[in-house]
Design a protein around this ligand. Structure first.
Ligand SMILES: [Fe+2]
Length: 292
C-alpha cells in the first residue's frame, strides 16, 4: 500500500453466509470469483488465512456473521471495552469453533452477529489460485469489504463508530429516481477506503447483505473475473466501471443466493489525517451499467 499508513486496530477477518444448500455457492466462489477452498467444508479463502468466507446450512439466505480481527491483544481488549462502554454486549464466544485464540460476540443493529477475534489461523499452504494469479490485496486491510442495507441506519452508524471504532470515510447521497433518495455511508478501520458501508433501507429488504468486495492486485484479474462471470448466466447488476468516491475499478456479479460480489482493483487508500469525509452525489465516475 502507498501513502502514510494508518494506525489500525482491526481488519475484516471473515464472513458467514447462511443458505439452504451450501454447495450451491461452491462453483460461484471457486470458479467465478477464484477463491480457494478453506479448511472447513464450503469455506473459502482469498489469501494466506485459513478461511475468509464460511458458507453454512440455514434458512436465512443472508449474512449470518461478520468478524473483525484485532491486530494484537491490546487492540482486542480496547475494542471489547469500547463496545461495552458504547452500550453493546461483548460476550465471550467459543474460540476453538473459529480456530482463533480469543473471540467475543455482539449483535450489529443491522441484524447480524459480529465477532471480534484474535489470532485468525493461517492456512497450511500459500494462496495460489490459477484463476487469480495476482492474488488479492489483503495485507493489513482484511479480506475486503461488506455492504449492508438496514432500516436501523443511525444505530448501525453508532455501532460502527462508537462501538467498533471505525471512522467514516465519506458518504453518498443522491436521488436515484424522482422522490427516492439513496444514502450510503462508508467506514474505514485501516488503509482500505471502506471495510463496511451502510445503505439506508426504506423498508426491510429480503437480504441485509448487499455485497462483498474482493480487491485484486492486478487490473487484469478484474477483467478475467468479469469474463468468467459473463460466461455464466448469473446476473451482472453492474458491468465494469469506476466508483466516484473510492475510485475503485470494478464490476458486480449476483451470486446464486442473491447477494452480490464486487471484484475490483485500484481503490483509493486512506491516509492520516483523513480530511476527505464529504458527500458524493453519484455512485460511479463512469460505467457500472446494469448489464443483465
Ligand atoms: Fe463495494
Amino acid at each position: 500500500m502507498t501513502g502514510t499508513s494508518v494506525d489500525h486496530e482491526i481488519e475484516l477477518a471473515y464472513v458467514g453466509i447462511e443458505v439452504p444448500d451450501p454447495a450451491s455457492l461452491d462453483g460461484f466462489f471457486g470458479e467465478v470469483i477464484g477463491l480457494l477452498p478453506g479448511d472447513a467444508p464450503h469455506s473459502w479463502r482469498n489469501d494466506r488465512k485459513a478461511r475468509r468466507v464460511i458458507v453454512e446450512r440455514g434458512e436465512a439466505n443472508d449474512v449470518s456473521f461478520l468478524a473483525f480481527e484485532a491486530i494484537d491483544a491490546e487492540a482486542f481488549d480496547r475494542i471489547v471495552a469500547r463496545l461495552r462502554s458504547a452500550g453493546f454486549a461483548a460476550v465471550d464466544g467459543e474460540a476453538s469453533a473459529r480456530n482463533v485464540s480469543r473471540i467475543v460476540q455482539t449483535t450489529a443493529p443491522w441484524g447480524a452477529s459480529v465477532e471480534v477475534v484474535l489470532g485468525l489461523e493461517d492456512a497450511a499452504t500459500p494462496f495460489e489460485s490459477p484463476l487469480m494469479p495476482g492474488g488479492f490485496l489483503t495485507d493489513g486491510v482484511g479480506f475486503g469489504h461488506a455492504v449492508f442495507a438496514t432500516t436501523s441506519f443511525d444505530e448501525s452508524h453508532r455501532f460502527l463508530v462508537e462501538g467498533l471504532g471505525l471512522c467514516q470515510s465519506d458518504w453518498l447521497e443522491m436521488e436515484v429516481v424522482e422522490g427516492i433518495e439513496l444514502e450510503v455511508r462508508f467506514y474505514h478501520c485501516n488503509a482500505r477506503h471502506h471495510t463496511v458501508a451502510l445503505a439506508r433501507a426504506p423498508f426491510d429488504l429480503p437480504q441485509k447483505l448487499h455485497h462483498l468486495m474482493f480487491e485484486t492486485n492486478t487490473v487484469d484479474d478484474v477483467g478475467a473475473a468479469f469474463d468468467r462471470a459473463w460466461a455464466t448466466d448469473l446476473g451482472i447488476p453492474n458491468g465494469l466501471g469506476r466508483h466516484d468516491n473510492d475510485g475503485m475499478f470494478s464490476f458486480y456479479v449476483a451470486s446464486p443466493a442473491g447477494f452480490q460480489v464486487e471484484i475490483g482493483h485500484g481503490a483509493k487508500v486512506i491516509t492520516e489525517p483523513w480530511d476527505q469525509d464529504r458527500r458524493y452525489d453519484k455512485i460511479s465516475a463512469w460505467g457500472h451499467q446494469a448489464l443483465r
